[in-house]
Design a protein around this ligand. Structure first.
Ligand code: NAD
Ligand code: GLY
Length: 368
């Protein structure tokens, strides 16, 4: 096992993010966060065969008295549904889970959001330990306590804030992550640079070959830096009353793309979350320039960085500007009748803009 990095998320319910190679093999670390006897491991059908049996075995080695249930969903965004939420709840009921039970979310952000939401709701809230296995989940979704499922009308529309008891990110699992998913996770890493840290952006550009090649040390550094950025913001604003909204740079556009195209399932051509966010960030940068808040040169720099990480930068064919705008109107950041977007004044300087002109948004959405 190599160096373990930790990041603390401060606040009313503080918790630690553990980042290191081989952490899923550390049964004592994981079991140490389980208070009661009931454990439900939630995973998906691509991650579970790789990591779930060994996890179960290590937990039982540490704590033979544990009653461990499993709920495995089909992989992909299309599974982040109320139906699967009900299945996880049924599994907790079947296990007889008491208030000291623990949900272990073993997988990417889909599993993390779904399992976290079930943990938030069962008996009005039980522990959830996030065991993220995708880069995107390690740098973003496992941290901060946002949990949710999607509706056909929009992403993450039903959910709750429910901070995890701990986050344990085993970077060894990234070795089995498909390259496209690794790049999608890197889009969320680039987001931290774009919203608040130009120097981190420069570091990412410099480390690009190592990051794209899956170099474990470069990835661990990127994960730790991303978690530090997110932890700072979440500690100050856990419920997104203000600055936490900055973490949504590119997301209003991105979520609209995901919803309009249909939520991705493995093997489909539909964009996955990180890819949609990449396009969304660039649209936000272009809109900022159109509104006279920033230069096109900054947007060009972002486009170049995203392209160098082999991320998409164009809205997929067939999605009209009007359709996308209609989905953007249902975003959670909006206030009555007004589009509230995260834009920027320069690379690394994002800001919240409360009442964005829809004609300007349409113009950017129409650009080839
Ligand atoms: P995902 O959960 O669908 O995982 C991506 C794919 O990679 C899946 O097919 C999964 O089976 C596979 N996979 C994951 N880890 C693997 C591994 N180690 N080896 C092999 N395959 C592996 O998607 P994601 O990109 O991890 O997360 C996206 C989701 O996260 C979206 O639903 C998004 O809305 C949500 N999200 C939430 C927050 C938050 O704050 N809660 C933040 C960002 C994103
Ligand atoms: N991913 C945005 C947030 O956690 O607030």
């Amino acid at each position: 096992m190599t160096a373990i990095r930790t990041v603390t998320v401060h606040g009313d319910s503080p918790y630690t993010i553990h980042i290191g190679h081989g952490l899923l093999e550390d049964g004592a670390l994981i079991a140490g966060h389980i208070r009661g006897r009931h454990v439900l491991i939630v995973s998906d059908d691509q991650v579970a065969p790789l990591y779930l049996p060994a996890l179960r075995q290590r937990l039982l080695q540490q704590r033979p008295e544990l009653l461990i249930g499993e709920q495995v969903i089909a992989a992909g965004e299309a599974s982040k549904t109320l139906d699967n939420f009900a299945r996880v709840i049924d599994a907790l009921a079947g296990l007889g889970a008491t208030r000291d039970a623990c949900v272990l979310a073993l997988g990417g952000g889909v599993v993390g959001d779904l399992a976290g939401f079930a943990a938030a709701c069962w008996m009005r809230g039980i522990d959830c330990v996030q065991l993220p296995t995708s880069l995107l989940a390690m740098v973003d979704s496992s941290v901060g306590g946002k949990t949710a499922v999607d509706l056909p009308q929009g992403k993450n529309l039903v959910g709750a804030f429910h901070p995890p008891r701990a986050v344990i990110a085993d970077t060894a699992t990234l070795a089995t992550l498909p390259p496209r998913e690794l790049r999608a996770g890197l889009a969320e890493v680039i987001k931290y640079a774009a919203l608040g840290d130009l120097r981190f952006g420069q570091w990412l550009a410099q480390e690009r070959p190592a990051l794209l090649a899956g170099d474990s040390e470069a990835l661990a550094l990127a994960i730790a830096a991303s978690c530090e950025h997110k932890a700072e913001i979440v500690a100050r604003d856990p419920l997104e009353k203000a600055e936490r909204a900055l973490l949504n740079l590119g997301h209003t556009f991105g979520h609209a793309i995901e919803t309009a195209q249909g939520y991705a399932a493995p093997g489909s051509d539909n964009l996955i979350h990180g890819e949609a966010v990449a396009i969304g960030m660039l649209l936000a940068a272009r809109l900022s320039a159109r509104l006279g808040m920033a230069t096109d040169r900054d947007a060009d720099a972002l486009e170049q960085l995203l392209r160098s990480f082999e991320l998409p930068t164009q809205i997929p064919a067939g999605l009209t500007a009007q359709t996308l705008l209609a989905h953007m109107r249902l975003d959670k950041k909006n206030t009555a009748g007004k589009l509230r977007l995260i834009l920027w004044t320069a690379f690394g300087q994002a800001c919240i803009v409360p009442d964005v002109d829809e004609q300007a948004v349409l113009a950017v959405l129409r650009q080839p």
